[in-house]
Design a protein around this ligand. Structure first.
Ligand code: GRF
Length: 202
């Protein structure tokens, strides 16, 4: 049997952090071999900080406001990721565009989860609730969640995995958001696990 790869995971988040919490718990339970190492969040009041405190994961508040510009924030985040020995970055509801130097120094080592199917329901302006509204407005028969590599363009990098669900008749965007989030909690750890065990090569 091939050796499992074990990564030091660094997380970027902006909000509630349910994906962050879910992945950390999957590491703690042994489903994932990787080690959650650090959380960076751009929003001081985000609920994800309560979760990182509870789970014992060191956290940093870094934003364009705290650093003076988005570029400087990216530099600081890159420095912290290196200092903590992070070798795989997990975007978990991070609402800012990841750019230089982070995206270059961690090329093909940054994952994102998108609450919709790509490429149809992704790109600039397709985030959060807006994705689910578009799915409903377009009368799409199905939606889902997608994990992809991150490059300089929103929702553009190589797709690593996705799960689909059928849209129910009369379903609201809030209901759809909840069902897609549950799908995300299945998909994201399973993609990381497939990277660990070599089924997905990045
Ligand atoms: C998820 O729907 C994710 O796909 C999107 O932002 C949401 C984050 O949720 N990018 P949470 O903060 O992990 O609960």
């Amino acid at each position: 049997m091939k050796d499992l790869k074990k990564f030091r995971l660094g997380f970027l988040a902006s909000g509630g952090g349910s994906n962050f919490e879910n992945i950390v718990n999957k590491c703690k339970s042994g489903y994932l071999k990787s080690e959650p190492t650090v959380l960076v969040c751009n929003n001081r009041d985000a609920k994800v900080f309560e979760k990182s405190d509870r789970l014992g994961i060191p956290s940093f508040h870094i934003s364009a406001k705290t650093e003076g510009s988005h570029e400087k924030a990216m530099e600081k985040i890159t420095k912290i990721m290196h200092e903590k020995g992070v070798d795989l970055i997990i975007l978990a509801g991070y609402m800012k565009l990841v750019c230089k130097p982070l995206v270059e120094e961690y090329r093909d080592k940054i994952l994102n989860i998108h609450p919709g199917l790509l490429p149809q329901f992704g790109g600039v302006g397709y985030y959060g609730e807006k994705v689910h509204k578009q799915v409903i407005d377009n009368k799409a028969a199905e939606t889902g969640a997608t994990v992809h590599l991150v490059d300089e363009i929103y929702d553009h990098g190589r797709i690593l995995g996705y799960l689909k669900l059928p849209v129910r008749s009369g379903e609201t965007s809030e209901e759809l958001a909840q069902r897609v989030l549950e799908l995300e909690h299945l998909l994201y750890p399973s993609v990381i696990r497939d990277i660990e065990n070599g089924k997905i090569i990045i």
